[in-house]
Design a protein around this ligand. Structure first.
Ligand SMILES: Cc1cc2nc3c(=O)[nH]c(=O)nc-3n(C[C@H](O)[C@H](O)[C@H](O)COP(=O)(O)OP(=O)(O)OC[C@H]3O[C@@H](n4cnc5c(N)ncnc54)[C@H](O)[C@@H]3O)c2cc1C
Ligand code: FES
Length: 305
C-alpha cells in the first residue's frame, strides 16, 4: 500500500489526513474542507518585481498530484518548514495538475523565509480552502475583471479558466491598475491573454516616468474607455479593500447589481478551516464563507472593508 507519510526535519507532518465537515449553522456555502498536507518541491522561482515572485510548486507524490483539485479563487495554506504558514491564493490554471503557481509578495515572517529558499527546496501546503468565483453562473454573460496590484494573483485562475472555456462567455475585459509599471505583474502574459484568450485589456498606473506611454491615474478612470450592457455583465474585483469601495460603487452606478459583483476578501488567517476564529468578521468565517463573496454580502458584513 502506498505510504503517504513524510518528514521534514523539525516538523511533524505525519498527521492522519481527515475530512472535516463544518456544522450547517457555521457554513453557507458548499466547500471541501480538508486538513490534508501535501509535500511539495519548489521547481521554479520567477522574479516578477523587486518584492514579488512566482513560485512553481510540484506535489511530490504523483497520486496526490493528480488528485489535487481546486476552483478559481480558492487559497491554500503554505507552510515553510520551521517558519509557519500563510494563506496564499492559487494562481494557476485548474487544468494544470503538474504545477501549482503561487504569486507571492515578501510581506513578513513566512514569505521572507520563502524568498530565501532556492529551487529544489521543500515546502508543504494544506487545502484548497474557501469559496470560489462562480464561473458557471457567469456563462453566457460579459465578464468584467478589475484588478489592483497583487490582486492579479487570485485573478489568474479565473483568467485561465475563461481562456480554456472562452466560447462560454461573451465580452471579457481585464482592467489592471497598479502603482507603477513595474507592478503590472505578468506583463509577459498580456499578449497571450489578449490574442489567445480574447480578453480585452486596459491598464493604468498611478506614477510613471516619461517612458510609460499608457494611461496614468486611478483604476476607475478606465471605465470611460468602453461601454457594456450592465444587465448582461458579471464583475470580479481583486485588489486592496480600499479599491473595492470605489470600483464597486462605480460598477453600481453603471447598473451592475451588487450580487453580480464578486470580490476576494483578505483577512488574517491561522487555520484556514473554521477552527481558530482568527479570520472572523462578525459571525462570518472569512476562510469558510469566503474569501470570495458577492459585494452585497460584503456590504452587510460590518467592518469587512
Ligand atoms: C485568502 C488569502 C489569500 C492571499 N493570497 C495571497 C497571495 O496570493 N499572495 C501574497 O503574497 N499574499 C497573499 N495573501 C496575504 C498573505 O497571506 C499575508 O501577506 C501573510 O501575512 C504573509 O505571511 P507572512 O508570515 O510573510 O507575514 P506576517 O509576518 O504575518 O505579516 C506581515 C505584515 O502584513 C500584515 N498583514 C498580514 N496579513 C494581513 C491581512 N490579511 N491584512 C492586512 N495586513 C496583513 C501584518 O500585520 C504585517 O505587518 C493572502 C491572504 C489571504 C487571507
Ligand atoms: S482562519 Fe481559522 S477560523 Fe478562519
Amino acid at each position: 500500500m502506498h505510504d503517504m507519510r513524510f518528514t521534514i526535519p523539525g516538523q511533524d507532518l505525519n498527521r492522519e489526513p481527515f475530512a472535516f465537515k463544518a456544522p450547517d449553522f457555521q457554513k453557507k456555502c458548499e466547500v471541501m474542507i480538508t486538513d490534508r498536507g501535501y509535500k511539495c518541491r519548489i521547481t521554479n522561482i520567477v522574479p516578477l518585481s523587486d518584492n514579488e515572485r512566482l513560485f512553481l510548486l510540484r506535489i511530490v507524490d504523483p497520486v496526490e498530484r493528480e488528485m489535487f483539485n481546486f476552483r478559481p479563487g480558492q487559497f491554500l495554506m503554505l507552510e515553510v518548514p520551521g517558519y509557519g504558514e500563510a494563506p496564499i491564493s492559487i494562481s494557476s490554471s485548474t487544468s494544470n495538475h503538474e504545477f501549482i503557481e503561487l504569486c507571492i509578495r515578501r510581506a513578513g515572517h513566512v514569505t521572507s523565509a520563502l524568498f530565501e529558499t532556492r529551487q529544489g527546496a521543500m515546502v508543504s501546503i494544506r487545502g484548497p480552502f474557501g469559496t470560489s468565483f462562480p464561473m458557471e453562473l457567469m456563462e453566457g454573460k460579459n465578464v468584467l475583471m478589475v484588478v489592483g496590484g497583487l490582486g492579479i494573483a487570485p485573478m489568474r485562475a479565473p483568467l485561465f479558466w475563461i481562456g480554456n472555456h472562452r466560447d462560454r462567455y461573451l465580452d471579457v475585459r481585464l482592467l489592471f491598475g497598479a502603482k507603477d509599471p513595474s507592478q503590472l505583474l505578468f506583463d509577459y502574459q498580456f499578449e497571450g491573454w489578449q490574442r489567445v484568450s480574447n480578453v480585452k485589456m486596459h491598464t493604468i498606473v498611478e506614477h510613471a516616468d516619461e517612458s510609460w506611454k499608457g494611461r496614468k491615474g486611478l483604476i476607475t478612470a478606465l471605465f470611460d474607455e468602453f461601454t457594456f450592457d450592465a444587465k448582461e455583465t458579471y464583475a470580479i474585483v481583486c485588489g486592496p479593500p480600499v479599491m473595492f469601495k470605489f470600483v464597486c460603487h462605480h460598477l453600481d452606478l453603471m447598473g451592475i447589481p451588487m450580487n453580480r459583483m464578486f470580490v476576494s476578501l483578505e483577512r488574517r488567517m491561522h487555520c484556514g478551516m473554521g477552527k481558530c476564529c482568527r479570520c472572523m468578521v462578525g459571525s462570518t468565517f472569512t476562510c469558510l464563507d469566503g474569501p470570495v463573496f458577492d459585494y452585497w454580502s460584503v456590504l452587510n458584513l460590518k467592518e469587512a472593508i
